[in-house]
Design a protein around this ligand. Sequence first.
Ligand code: DC
Length: 224
Amino acid sequence: MKVYNVAIDGPAGAGKSTVARMAAKELGFVYVDTGAMYRALALAFFRRGIKPEEKERVLEVLPEFNVNIAYQDGEQIVFLNGEDVTSLLRTQEIGNLASDFAPLAPVRKKLRSLQQELAARTSVVMDGRDIGTIVLPEAEVKIFLTADAKVRATRRFKELCERGVSCDEGEILKEILARDLQDEQRENSPLTRAEDAILVDASSLSAKEVAEKIVELVKERCAL
Ligand code: DC
C-alpha cells in the first residue's frame, strides 16, 4: 500500500500537535509527535543527573536509552526503556530541557532514525522542527505553522490553567521567545521553513480551520 507523509513544523505553541492530531484522525493517518521523543530523552538525562553540556556523558549513556511509541485509542504513548512516561512530558521544564538537548547530533541521529522508520511503514502526520527539512524531505505535504508569540503564550497559559497548573503569562511568553531563539539558531537541524513548505499563520485561525486546510491539501496532492 502507498504510504503518504505530512510534515508539520513550527515554533513552540503554534498549535502543531492539536492540528496534526485532528488532520491525522480525519485522514486515517498516524499522528507522530516528535517533540515528545525529545522530551522523553531529556527526562532520561535529567533522571541520571546529566546536563546538555556534558557531551561525553551524553554520548556514553545514550545507547542505554530506548524511546518507543505506541498508540492507544489514537493517542501516542511514549515509552522510555519500557516505562510509560507520557504523562511526565508536557511540562514547560521538560520542554525547555528537550530544547537544550536537541542540538546534540547523536541525540538527533537516534530519534531521526526512529521517525524515518515509522514514516516508511505507515502514512503519518508528523510534527516537529526539522520534519520537512531533514527527517522527511520527500513528504507529500509540508506545512510551516506559526503564530504570533503573544497569541502562542496566551494559548499555552489557558491550556495550563485548564489543567490546573499555576503559571504566569509573562513568564510563558519569555520562555517561548527563548525557546524559539534556541531552536532557530542551533547549527544542527534548526527550526526553519523548508523551501517547499506552505506557510500557515494560525494567529487568527482556529485549530479546526487549520486542520481542514491541511486535509484539503493532502487530499488534493495525494489523490485520496
Ligand atoms: O514540540 P515540543 O515543544 O514538544 O518540542 C520540545 C523541544 O524538542 C523543542 O523545543 C525542540 C525539540 N525538538 C526538536 O529539536 N526537533 C523536533 N523535531 C521536535 C522537537
